[in-house]
Design a protein around this ligand. Structure first.
Ligand code: NAD
Length: 528
């Protein structure tokens, strides 16, 4: 993305209340937002054990389930703004009605790890769903009833397309037929570790010509505070000739998917929602209240954006802390694993984080740097985040050093040694290898002359790497493969792996995940 996209640093605090006599038709709707308290909306079925999410009625504008009162917000907005506002309020009421009746057609842009489960969820809740992607192969796979995401089986994709209530497409003109659109496209870092918002920008340009009055556009991609307002909004307005807060609704709601987590999925993770204005807020809250048991409304899109960055920065910093302690305790011959297990018996004030071979995935290694970049615009440095990044990015090299040292104990060098990697995915029980520390470790070991093979029950073939074009397929996890290795290196502690077999059959195990921590029997061959 270009810096020109951010011509000014906002000077108004996010929740500024403008004087009532100000003609807010001349102002940005964000600036005209009445100050609303932190508010939370919980669907009635929570804790009642009675009605199901599917039967839970939508919070209507006047519902007492809103801790804040959208009716009064809407009315105060309407009474203090120009004539178009009653029109806009009417549009919001129409959309609320359609959402309540499940007549609204829901759109999802970006059918990846986040978008496909979201589309699936809306479909499960009884909506008609249109899923947009630019990747024709994904659309073709879905139309053929094939899943490309581990935890969504082919049978579910086949159901999705079979009943005609889910249409995957690359045709953005179908946008006109839908009522709401949730954008779930990638937000990576550029080669210079700056935010790369090009996917959000191109999505905005693709949607804009098809935007119509009454549409609700919600950004879900993780990003820094201000993106929806400063980047997405102008693209949508310029390309459509419509105005957010007048003709269409705009909101931000971060995706909090935790792939591989057996306890939490899109359907039961609370949704944080911030709207451009009270109407946008009300329709955004109404949309997600139909899909998840708990929706947490916040006073602005920027608060919702910042909330996601806080969550991921919190993880990155705490993981860095234990990674640093791991290196220190290793030197002291103390087990970090035992220390953490002891510390977590404290019933308050401590949350356990675990060290590992380095960060992976699309969120924790990336998102904190969105904030770092933004802070620079305000003349500030985020030293905590930078330090955490420094500690975490050193961990793959630390693991390689453990391999070198372990082989040395066996009178071997890395050059010519057979090293078997267990786990290529970036985390336990997922099939997603993006940003996995496995690749940096493998590249380093290849550089040192190792002979690499791997086993990952979720990643049958190794994806392309930056510096190497290894065409490897996952080995079967057998005694003969393990015993033929000079070193087994555990990068990902998948539940499906027989760790007893790994510990028993390997000559040397380097285990930065403590996957073999519960293995019984002799442990002299395990370095963790
Ligand atoms: N994967 C996770 O666990 C996770 C968790 C929380 C938040 N997020 C955030 O959610 C967002 C999406 O992540 P993801 O993991 O689903 O990414 P992904 O790469 O799996 O999926 C993104 C999809 O968007 C499509 N796409 C790209 N540009 C497009 C465009 N202009 N129009 C339509 N489709 C387009 C791609 O083809 C791809 O199918 C990111 O901002 C990410 O940070 C991801």
């Amino acid at each position: 993305m270009t810096r020109e996209a951010f011509p000014t640093v906002p000077t108004l605090p996010i929740a500024t209340v403008l004087p009532v006599e100000t003609d807010s038709s001349q102002l940005s709707p964000r600036a005209a937002l009445p100050l609303s308290p932190f508010h939370e909306i919980q669907s009635e079925h929570v804790g009642t054990g009675g009605s199901s999410p599917d039967s839970a009625p939508l919070p209507s504008l006047g519902s007492s389930r809103f801790h804040f009162c959208p009716v009064s917000l809407l009315m105060s907005a309407a009474s203090s703004t120009a004539a178009h506002s009653s029109d806009y309020t009417q549009l919001s009421q129409q959309l609320l009605q359609k959402l309540q009746n499940k007549q609204a057609i829901v759109g999802v842009v970006g059918l990846g790890y986040v978008g496909l489960p979201l589309a699936n969820l809306f479909h499960q809740k009884g909506f008609r769903v249109v899923g947009f992607d630019i990747d024709q192969r994904k659309v073709d796979a879905l139309l053929a009833g094939k899943s490309y995401i581990g935890h969504i089986p082919d049978s579910r994709v086949a159901e999705l397309v079979a009943d005609g209530r889910f249409i995957p497409t690359v045709d953005f003109s179908k946008m006109r037929e839908i009522d709401t659109v949730s954008i779930c496209v990638p937000t990576p870092l550029s080669d210079y570790r700056d935010p790369d918002l090009s996917f959000i920008e191109s999505t905005g340009r693709a949607l804009a010509p098809h935007l119509r009055r009454g549409h609700l556009v919600i950004l879900e991609s993780t990003t820094y505070p201000g993106t929806t307002e400063e980047v997405l909004r102008p693209i949508l307005e310029q390309g459509s000739g419509l105005k957010a807060g007048v003709d269409f609704f705009l909101g931000y709601s971060p995706e909090r998917e935790d792939p591989g987590n057996p306890n939490f999925s899109t359907s039961n993770i609370p949704k944080v929602v911030g709207g451009l204005d009270p109407e946008s807020q009300a329709v955004s809250v109404a949309l997600y209240s139909q899909a998840v048991p708990k929706v947490v409304g916040v006073s602005s899109m920027e608060v919702a954006e910042a909330c996601k960055i806080l969550e991921n920065t919190y993880r990155a910093v705490n993981i860095a802390l234990v990674n640093e302690l791991k290196v220190v305790f290793d030197r002291m011959k103390l087990s970090i694993w035992e220390v953490i297990d002891a510390a977590k018996t404290k019933p308050f004030g401590f949350q356990a984080f675990y060290p590992g071979p380095g960060l992976g995935g699309h969120c924790i290694p990336i998102d904190p740097f969105y904030l770092t970049w933004l802070a620079k615009r305000y003349g500030l440095n985020t030293r905590f985040i930078e330090l955490a990044g420094e500690v975490n990015t050193r961990m793959p090299r630390y693991v390689v050093e453990q391999v070198i040292e372990g082989l040395n104990q066996h009178r071997k060098s890395v050059r010519g040694s057979k090293i078997g990697i267990i786990g290529i995915a970036y985390k336990k029980d997922v099939d997603d290898p993006r940003e996995s520390p496995a690749f940096e470790i493998i590249e380093e070991l290849l550089h040192l002359g190792a002979d690499i093979s791997y086993h990952d029950p979720h990643v049958p073939t190794m994806p392309r790497m930056r510096k190497h074009q290894l065409r490897l397929s996952s080995e079967a996890l057998t005694e003969s493969w393990l015993s033929g290795l000079d070193c087994t290196l555990i990068v990902t502690d998948h539940s499906a792996v027989d760790w007893n077999l790994v510990a028993r059959s390997s000559k040397l195990v380097v285990d930065p995940r403590n996957a073999c921590g519960k293995v019984a029997g002799p442990r002299e061959n395990i370095v963790n």
